[in-house]
Design a protein around this ligand. Structure first.
Ligand SMILES: [Fe+2]
Ligand SMILES: [Fe+2]
Length: 318
């Protein structure tokens, strides 16, 4: 294993300061209340109104599953704050970034919850219980080093961007679509910040950074993976094309690796070369797996379409 220099975080500090300025210059102020149709809101039973019932939701099943998964993922922000605050520290530009990033992320959960409760998109009781469970267990990335953490979040922010954007599309609701498009713009800027830090780390410590990249790509898991119902929901989300292996390969991992010029980098030592080879092997396998998944999904969709044309009940489980 190639170890990163002990002072890597300090060496990266000027790059962090520069990218923090860049971020603050590009980030646009926005307000959750501007994205929520408040006139649709009404009291629940405790206030003399009516409690939630499934027929009140205008969201499709997959729209609901994706919204819940994305919102609960956002809800676990205290855990992510802890993850990055302990890795990156609270001083200087790193510390300012940690605070700013946390404040921006919190807006995502606020806006999505307001939208879902006001429009009665999902059961608010189920949502609150799920939030309590998920936040109580929290998220723990394990023993990631700062370098591994910054590499992981580069991919994770882009994954979140793709997931929010495509969730907006499947909701079939222009209001949700607009809100999630707004959130995904933030996620993209977050990705750019982290991606630029890793780009600088590749120059300072190429072998250790290549090792971190290979490890984080090979072991990548969404932060929501420990959420109750995640497997079921992520299957639905993949079948609907909100987030699947093809998107993970083509729109998340590959573009970032290309940006870092992982294939063309020169000056790697034997450890960096070994990591790069492992990464290339993994990416080829991921690509094949993604192709198989998309083929199977197309077959399954064709079968469902044929059945519904012939008047049979569509097999929603396939
Ligand atoms: Fe977010
Ligand atoms: Fe983000």
């Amino acid at each position: 294993m190639s170890t990163a220099p002990a002072h890597l975080l300090e060496e990266l500090e000027p790059v962090v300061a520069q990218n923090l300025d860049r971020h603050l210059g590009l980030a646009q102020e926005w307000h959750p209340h501007d994205y929520v149709p408040w006139s649709e809101g009404r009291d629940f039973a405790a206030m003399g109104g009516e409690d939630w019932a499934p027929e009140q939701s205008r969201l499709s099943e997959v729209g609901k599953a994706a919204m819940i998964t994305n919102l609960l993922t956002e809800d676990n922000l205290p855990s992510y704050h802890r993850e990055i605050a302990t890795r990156f520290g609270r001083d200087g530009a790193w510390g300012t970034w940690v605070g700013r990033w946390t404040a921006e992320e919190n807006r995502h959960g606020i806006a999505m919850r307001d939208y879902l409760v006001v429009t009665r998109g999902v059961d608010p009781v189920e949502l609150e219980r799920a939030r309590m469970d998920y936040m109580t267990s929290g998220y723990d990335s394990g023993d990631k080093t700062p370098l591994e953490a910054v590499t992981y979040v580069s991919f994770q922010e882009l994954a979140t961007r793709v997931s929010h954007r495509n969730t907006g599309k499947v909701t079939g609701d222009p209001v949700a679509d607009k809100l999630l498009a707004r959130i995904s713009k933030d996620e993209n800027l977050h990705m750019v910040f982290y991606r630029n830090i890793v780009e600088a780390a590749l120059k300072i410590a190429p072998d250790a950074t290549m090792r971190a990249i290979a490890d984080e790509v090979i072991g990548f898991e969404m932060p929501g993976a420990t959420m109750a119902g995640f497997r079921r929901n992520s299957m639905m989300i993949a079948k609907a094309g909100v987030y699947d292996l093809r998107l993970h390969h083509d729109e998340v991992i590959a573009p970032i690796l290309k940006y870092w010029n992982v294939d063309g980098l020169t000056g790697l030592g034997p450890e960096g070369e070994k990591a790069r080879e492992e990464l290339a092997t993994f990416m080829a396998g991921l690509d094949e797996q993604a192709t198989r998944f998309v083929d199977r999904r197309a077959e399954s969709r064709a079968r469902t379409a044929a059945r519904s044309e012939s008047g049979e009940t569509p097999d929603i489980a396939s």
